[in-house]
Design a binder for this molecule. Structure first.
Ligand code: NAG
Ligand code: NAG
Length: 256
């Protein structure tokens, strides 16, 4: 009788103690081909762990149940390759991420009887692809007149998601909206995108234009120089001067 009361009290105490998930740690962005370690931090507050289960977009891919031998079990999903040796009750390690690895990751922790409490937490992971290729610039080869609006476009290499593009003129980022021509990203094969941004700033002699494509902490860039027909005329007259000088020297030599 006394024992029964004690047991009731204990289980009451146990039920009232709540399992809490302190947090899930999933990186917001990873590169295709990378590995990632995701963590699920929980506090059982005296309860016993029954299971930890991991899901991507509601599909289970990993579970840890301390009562089972072995305690770990992984299900293969498209883009989700679990490395069991580097996974445990509190973390899961994924290898060789692909663009299909993106999704909403959730961990769900359950306590043993009698409480069977469970708690969960989730976070989204994006997977990007950004080749080493520099962006391409078109429209800089022709001569511009001074003050004529440029007709120059920049296209990123194929990437996922669409990279951000910036124009810089002589080292200064262009923020003037009337100089920038925004285009919607173009869809390419395999779910990739090409970003495009036009530049319509007024031409000046020797403008150094740089287009920068940005993804996460990576940048790819290309620089070109714009010539106006006034600069080319100056270059031409310089060549004439050099030519005259040379012929003068040669003639002078042959005479002496
Ligand atoms: C830049 O793109 C716009 C829109 O696609 C096009 O009309 C224009 O001819 C392009 N300019 C160059 C130099 O490619
Ligand atoms: C250079 O600019 C002048 C004046 O704007 C223009 O008349 C001329 O056609 C241009 N020449 C070339 C080669 O573009």
């Amino acid at each position: 009788m006394k024992l029964g009361i004690v047991y009731l009290l204990l289980s009451y105490v146990k039920v009232s103690i709540c399992l809490q998930i302190v947090g899930i740690s999933v990186p917001a962005m990873k590169q295709r081909g990378d590995s990632v370690t995701m963590a699920c931090d929980f506090d059982l507050e005296g309860g016993r762990l029954y299971s930890v289960k991991w899901y991507r977009d509601n599909e289970e891919f990993y579970r840890y149940m301390p009562r089972l031998r072995p305690p770990q079990h992984a299900h293969r999903l498209d883009g989700v390759k679990v490395d069991l040796e580097r996974s445990s009750a509190r973390r899961v390690h994924l290898r060789d991420l692909t663009l299909k690895s993106r999704g909403l990751y959730r961990c769900e922790v359950s306590e043993e009887a009698p409480s069977f409490h469970s708690a969960q937490s989730e976070a989204f992971m994006e997977v990007y692809y950004f080749s080493r290729e520099s962006p391409r610039i078109e429209g800089h080869e022709r001569l511009y007149e001074v003050q004529e609006p440029l007709d120059v476009n920049c296209s990123s290499a194929k990437a996922y998601p669409a990279p951000q593009l910036q124009w810089h003129i002589d080292g200064q980022m262009v923020t003037e909206p009337s100089w920038l021509l925004e285009f919607a990203p173009k869809a390419a094969a395999q779910g990739l995108f090409v970003s495009q941004l036009g530049l319509r700033a007024p031409a000046k002699p020797h403008l150094r234009l740089r287009c920068v494509a940005i993804m996460a902490s990576h940048r790819r860039e290309r620089t070109v120089v714009i010539e106006t027909n006034s600069t080319s005329r100056r270059v031409f007259s310089n060549w004439i001067l050099i030519y005259l000088l040379c012929t003068f020297i040669i003639r002078h030599k042959t005479v002496s």
